[in-house]
Design a protein around this ligand. Structure first.
Ligand SMILES: [Zn+2]
Length: 370
């Protein structure tokens, strides 16, 4: 009986799954998970960003905005495969360590999209078509502290800060940069950085490249009730906090339990266009929600600020912490009686309303009357 009881449930469950045909889409094809692999990369606002057009139009990204929607402020964004984000984070770390800024001219490009100003249409086997490459200039401060931008041919013979940045890039496993990849004429492509995903192309592209290229080409907005899992780049059921009836609230909104409607995120939980869950805190540096440290998780208040402590499910400022409780506004903490209306505090205790706080030679301070 024991064995049958234990084995029966999982076997029955597995059999039930096998008996069900895959859910069919209206066209009769099995429904495939929706890809959302192509996403704006915003993880390095200080040291890796789109080269925004300058006021005189002389400089600025020419291609990013063509393949990636502008952000809420109308600024061009760079899009890449979420599977390339870790490489971008590593490039970011090198830039920060060398006090340079990576000015991205181009990231993801749709296959067949002409490179502006170059006159040639690249093959579909470039890492740009899988969202695994960027072309970038490097902004640095010269010996007199003036901001300069190192483009080609500067990148071929870079000044010290850029050379040091390049050395850092060359230590990142698998990363190709600094002229290691040739352009269509066979010359070193100095601004180009990729992770070598397409090695073997064009004669025999590896499955990893073909998979990611398909993933980014088929990337789109997630259906209602789903959000993009940025780890996998596949749409997944939304976080519980954003599930609202049959839909999932869009980023930046949350479900109001009383009305069952999506409402704008409360200011304290808004984070880079998203709305953090109760168990998350906003990393203001990256603009991303992150799980809050266990010590700061606090009931309905969510994630306490660093200078607050969780007491009875409330985030409590330090001056109001009182043992396991958090005193209210207008209360003070007493050793013997806990939180006490400030007017009734009597040394270590709390007098009843109307009582006097008096000093006795024998007993010290104490309450009388009331
Ligand atoms: Zn390139």
């Amino acid at each position: 009986m024991l064995g049958g009881g234990l084995a029966g449930r999982p076997v029955g469950r597995a059999a039930a799954w096998q008996e069900q045909p895959p859910e069919a889409a209206p066209g009769g094809q099995p429904a495939l998970p929706q890809s959302c692999a192509l996403q704006p990369y915003t993880g390095c606002p200080n040291n890796l960003r789109v080269n925004q057009p300058s006021a005189d139009g002389a400089s600025g990204c020419q291609t990013c905005a063509q393949s990636c929607p502008a952000d809420a402020n109308g600024q061009a964004q760079m899009c890449a495969d979420v599977a390339f984000f870790a490489a971008l984070d590593a490039i970011c770390a090198c830039a920060a360590a060398n006090s340079v800024v990576v000015l991205v001219e181009s990231a993801y490009r749709q296959a067949g999209q002409q490179v502006p100003g170059s006159g040639f249409v690249p093959a579909g086997t470039s890492n740009h078509h899988a969202g695994h490459a960027i072309d970038a200039f490097v902004e640095y401060a010269d010996a007199s502290g003036q901001t300069q931008v190192c483009r080609t041919p500067c990148l071929a013979n870079p000044p010290a800060p850029v050379a040091s940045f390049n050395q850092c890039l060359q230590l990142i496993a698998g990363l190709r940069c600094c002229g290691a990849v040739a352009d269509s004429t066979g010359s070193p492509d100095w601004p180009h950085i990729d992770d070598g995903l397409n090695q073997g192309c064009p004669t025999s592209c590896p499955p990893g490249f073909l998979d990611r290229r398909s993933a980014v080409q088929q990337s789109g907005p997630c259906p209602a009730g789903q959000v993009c899992d940025l780890g996998t780049g596949i749409c997944a059921p939304g976080p519980a906090e954003r599930v609202c009836g049959m839909t999932c609230c869009p980023p930046g909104q949350t479900c109001e339990v009383a009305s069952g409607a999506c409402v704008p995120c409360p200011t304290e939980r808004a984070c880079g266009g998203a709305c953090c869950a109760a168990s998350e805190a906003c990393n203001r540096g990256t603009g991303q929600c992150e799980p809050c440290p266990a010590a700061q998780v606090c009931g309905a208040d969510g994630c306490c600020a660093e200078d607050q402590t969780c007491r009875s499910g409330m985030c409590c400022p330090p001056q109001r912490v009182c043992g396991a409780r958090c005193c209210l506004e207008g209360e003070s903490c007493t050793t013997l009686m806990g939180c006490c209306p400030t007017a009734q505090v009597c040394e270590h205790t709390c007098c009843a309303p109307g009582a006097q706080c008096v000093f006795d030679d024998r007993f010290g301070w104490g309450c009388r009357g009331g």
